[in-house]
Design a protein around this ligand. Structure first.
Ligand code: SF4
Length: 58
């Protein structure tokens, strides 16, 4: 699944259940009500998006 911005945001926590499905939990939702706990994907634009620190390394 293409999660868009959430896929490489430092505020995401990916949760894989016992069936192998991946859920994207937005950690900003715990402190900011603008963000949904489980964002609607794919995320194309988000005010909270911050790339993961290692995003430019490869
Ligand atoms: S801040 Fe935005 S892009 Fe980042 S995990 Fe939350 S919803 Fe996704």
């Amino acid at each position: 699944m293409d999660a868009g911005l959430c896929d490489h945001c430092q505020h995401v926590k990916k949760i894989i259940n016992s069936r192998g499905s991946t859920f994207y939990l937005c950690l900003l939702s715990q402190s900011d009500e603008r963000f949904r706990k489980y964002p609607q994907l794919p995320m194309v634009e988000c005010p909270g998006y911050q790339p993961q620190p290692n995003e430019n390394q490869s």
